[in-house]
Design a protein around this ligand. Structure first.
Ligand code: SME
Length: 161
């Protein structure tokens, strides 16, 4: 059966909803989202959460749940990387070609594009969902909507936990 591109997004969103129904905590939800996106979305080659370390001065993002190759960047200050930019701006950052973005911190030579979506609790950034792709320009509007949806579910769970 041929599955259209939009059906694929709908199917993954359903899987994410199912996971959200089953996961008892935000931590479990994040633990489930990373392999789900990595396995179902073929261009999402590294999927992980970075969370702000509580009380760290200066503020620091620490690597949380992830799926993909090990990264040397386990702690990222807010003035470094695409990750630091998304957290300090409080906005989604999409980079179609990482070689052209001077902020980029390399994790893997294979990475060509990246998206970072902030996770909020009551309007404050507390972390982010970071996805790297081996393909340039891998994150279109449907990808962005799906990834922002995942980050919002985590935000809602964190607000309840
Ligand atoms: N590329 C990120 C660093 C984290 S790795 O992608 C896992 C950045 O520029 O902030």
């Amino acid at each position: 059966m041929v599955t259209s591109k939009s059906h694929k997004f709908d199917d993954v969103r359903e899987e994410v909803d199912r996971l959200n129904g089953e996961a008892r905590t935000a931590e479990r939800l994040m633990e489930g989202i990373t392999p789900l996106l990595n396995r179902h979305m073929l261009k999402y080659n590294w999927v992980g959460f970075y969370m702000l370390e509580p009380g760290a001065v200066p503020p620091m993002l620490a690597l949380g749940r992830y799926q993909g190759a090990m990264t040397p960047h386990t702690r990222i200050p807010l003035n470094q990387g695409i990750c630091g930019a998304a957290a300090s701006l409080g906005k989604t950052v999409v980079v179609d070609d990482v070689t052209k973005d001077t902020r980029y911190l390399a994790c893997s030579l294979e990475t060509k594009s990246e998206i970072v979506v902030p996770v909020f609790v009551r309007g404050q950034v507390v972390g982010e969902l970071d996805i790297d792709s081996h393909f340039p320009g891998a994150f279109g509007s449907e990808d962005r909507a799906l990834i922002e949806y995942c980050a919002q579910l985590v935000s809602k769970r964190l607000e309840k936990d």
